[in-house]
Design a protein around this ligand. Structure first.
Ligand SMILES: NC(=O)c1ccc[n+]([C@@H]2O[C@H](COP(=O)([O-])OP(=O)(O)OC[C@H]3O[C@@H](n4cnc5c(N)ncnc54)[C@H](OP(=O)(O)O)[C@@H]3O)[C@@H](O)[C@H]2O)c1
Length: 298
């Protein structure tokens, strides 16, 4: 098939390469000319603007967005409409909020444009291993562009999961689970590290990946990181978040679902960004007030 890839960052560039390897024609666009050149050197067709990208694609066009969620997606969809014609398909593969995807699908439908929300998992390893894809929207449109999903994914690694928003909803929950799993490993390793046993943490991660109940790809990644830097001394314990964890917790609250692990994993990330905390000061002050317990000065 032929498709236009917009956004050639860590994910978009790898996906382009995998699609080219699968025999598809990929017309690429990025704000950075260097990123376009790099993909063109691997066999993609370069374009100079979103308009040029639209002109280089045959109708019905397929546009794949692999850019940050929020305003960049709305702006890009707005601009694409200038070169799109009825029946064209826009696929958002980024980590967009599912509510935005529902809104975009409804809006584009009034303009006779199709929209699929595709949750993508696998990170930069997807180029080699394949990207796991959760796709929401019209099932007929999913079937129309299915050869693209088939190339991007590993065997049995893509699925139609429901109407508009279902793809990004399932990706949101996937990432919420990811927060909890990573936090569980993190806490276990921190206790091991504090213990009197001087455990070889890399050795334990390697061992646990051989048939143990907690073996996993995340633990293999821990193994790799601990091999490179056994004490993780080159990395600060500062953890960002890009939205999906927050939305997962909001969704849990909306439906009255108890999700303590996912919630605490999110809040632990917030705590990781503080050198000191006002909450800690309050507790220290209260203990000092009621019991005369010592406080540490700033
Ligand atoms: N990394 C992952 O493991 C992963 C996994 C699944 C999904 N995702 C999602 O996939 C999307 C891309 O992630 P990534 O890791 O590839 O990010 P990235 O490496 O930072 O690349 C972002 C891409 O988006 C472009 N971009 C940034 N702001 C833009 C704007 N305002 N308008 C148009 N294009 C813009 C960038 O263009 P420039 O070159 O001009 O900066 C770049 O090509 C995000 O939604 C992310 O959440 C990431």
């Amino acid at each position: 098939m032929q498709l236009g890839m917009i956004g050639l960052g860590r994910m978009g560039a790898g996906m382009t390469q995998r699609l080219l390897g699968g025999g598809h024609q990929v017309v690429v666009y990025d704000r950075s000319p260097d990123a376009i050149k790099a993909s063109a050197a691997k066999g993609a067709v370069a374009s100079t603007s979103l308009e040029d990208l639209g002109q280089k694609l045959k109708a019905p066009r397929i546009f794949w967005l692999m850019i940050p969620a929020g305003a960049p997606v709305d702006d890009t969809i707005q601009r694409l409409q200038g070169s799109a014609s009825p029946g064209d398909v826009i696929i958002d593969g980024g980590n967009s909020n599912y509510r935005d995807s529902v809104r975009r699908a409804e809006d584009l439908r009034t303009k006779q444009l199709e929209f699929l929300d595709a949750g993508v998992s696998g990170g930069v390893w997807g180029l080699k291993v394949g990207f796991c894809l959760m796709v929401g929207g019209s099932e007929a449109v999913f079937k129309q562009v299915e050869p693209i999903f088939k190339t991007l994914a590993p065997a049995n690694g893509y699925a139609y999961v429901g109407p508009s928003g279902a793809g990004h909803y399932s990706k949101m929950i996937h990432n919420g689970i990811e927060y909890g799993m990573m936090e569980a490993y993190a806490e276990g390793f921190e206790i091991l590290n504090a213990s009197p046993y001087r455990f070889d943490l890399h050795g334990l991660a390697t061992l646990w990946n051989q048939g143990s109940v907690i073996r996993s790809w995340l633990l293999e990644l821990a193994e790799a990181a601990l091999e490179k830097d056994p004490g993780l001394s080159q990395i600060r314990g500062y953890v960002e978040d890009s939205g999906e964890g927050r939305w997962t917790v909001e969704e849990a609250i909306e439906h009255g679902v108890p999700a303590p692990v996912l919630g605490l994993s999110l809040f632990t990330r917030f705590r990781s960004r503080q050198d000191d905390s006002f909450a800690g000061k309050v507790v220290a002050a209260l203990r000092n007030e009621f019991g005369g317990h010592a406080v540490k000065p700033e």
